[in-house]
Design a protein around this ligand. Structure first.
Ligand code: HPA
Ligand SMILES: [Zn+2]
Length: 335
């Protein structure tokens, strides 16, 4: 099968939750390996449950699924499987969310989560040439004190973590709840991002920018409810890590054909395309590109712009950005 230009192009993935890359087959295998009981007999039963009314319904199933992850080896295997799969989509740079608060309350050591994932990143760099790292995620429905405790636990890995992120149920949990945590991470030299404007209002995007001082916004699609905010995001070049298939599965948009990806791109925003939680939402990064392109009638130039934006938005230094953009030019020359 010949690949389309967008499928063949080198790409960055900036919004993927490692726990959300857990495929049904691996979930069942880990349940057996760790003797964790789950209420599904086989992968088909699990897949049949992937039908969500909203973010909250998804999160409940997603959190239940994570209960099979227990050991450093599990986190290695999970991360390795995702990176190998991303490599098949010609992803060359990955910035992946990882959520210790999803695991440490079950007695999983903080180090097992981090060391397992980091070792898989080290191996993927050698095996596939994939660069990137970990975005330490925080659960936004938990308290700032709990988030500060996560940061204290992360101190020994401080130099190996790329960025701080914020995820979980958005409504009622505004970014400003985490001001101190973000101040601390900024002092450590971490990059900063936060989920905002997925289900929550445009004000949450403004807070993430003005109070947490994030460099980019995860999702952010609800910015469209505020024309002033759309203009600001365009003028300031704030990237959005958009996840089209996720947005349809979680009913942020009724269908891909109604997604605002193309309008935001035409408004001059630095929109990027990502997969969020691929087995739950029905596709890895290439599927997000090709299905969006088909549903929205994206031109080749628009698709290329989205790919290019991934490298513009990545938390990489200027030399690496130049190399990535050069490699993209070579693989897919500008029109
Ligand atoms: O799309 C999401 N939103 C919030 N939290 C999440 N955790 C995994 N995916 C998501
Ligand atoms: Zn997400």
């Amino acid at each position: 099968m010949t690949l389309s230009a967008v499928e063949a192009a080198p790409k960055a993935e900036l919004h993927i939750h490692l726990e959300g890359s857990l495929e049904p087959d691996m979930l069942l295998a880990l349940a057996a390996r760790n003797q964790v009981t789950i209420p599904y007999a086989n992968a088909d039963e699990l897949r049949a449950a992937y039908d969500f009314a909203d973010l909250q319904e998804f999160l409940e199933l997603y959190w239940a699924g994570q209960s099979v992850l227990r050991t450093e080896r599990d986190f290695y295997d999970l991360t390795h499987a995702y990176l190998a799969r991303a490599h098949r989509d010609n992803v060359v740079h990955v910035e992946a969310h990882l959520l210790p608060q999803g695991h440490t309350p079950r007695g999983v050591p903080f180090g097992a989560v981090l060391d397992g994932a980091l070792a898989a990143f080290d191996d993927a760099r050698h095996a596939f040439g994939i660069t990137g790292g970990i975005i330490l995620g925080l659960n936004r429905h938990e308290s700032q004190d709990e988030a500060l405790a996560v940061l204290r636990s992360a101190q020994p890995w401080r130099d190996r973590i790329l960025a701080l992120g914020l995820e979980g149920p958005e409504k009622g949990n505004p970014p400003s709840k985490f001001t101190q945590v973000y101040d601390q991470a900024r002092d450590w030299g971490w990059h900063l991002t936060a989920h905002a404007g997925e289900e929550g209002p445009p004000d949450y995007i403004v807070e993430a920018l003005d109070v947490l001082k994030v460099e980019r916004i995860d999702h952010g699609v609800r910015c469209e409810q505020s024309p002033a905010l759309v203009r600001r995001l365009a003028e300031q070049g704030v990237p959005l890590t958009v996840c089209p298939l996720s947005n349809v599965m979680l009913k942020v948009f009724p269908a891909l054909a109604q997604h605002n990806l193309r309008r935001l791109l035409q408004a001059g925003l630095c929109v990027t395309v990502n997969s969020d939680d691929p087995p739950y939402f029905g596709g890895y990064v290439n599927a997000n590109y090709t299905q969006s392109a088909a549903a929205l009638g994206l031109s080749a130039a628009e698709q290329r712009r989205l790919v290019r934006n991934g490298f513009v938005a990545a938390f990489i230094d200027d030399a690496q950005r130049r190399r990535c953009l050069h490699d993209l030019d070579a693989a897919w020359p500008p029109p």
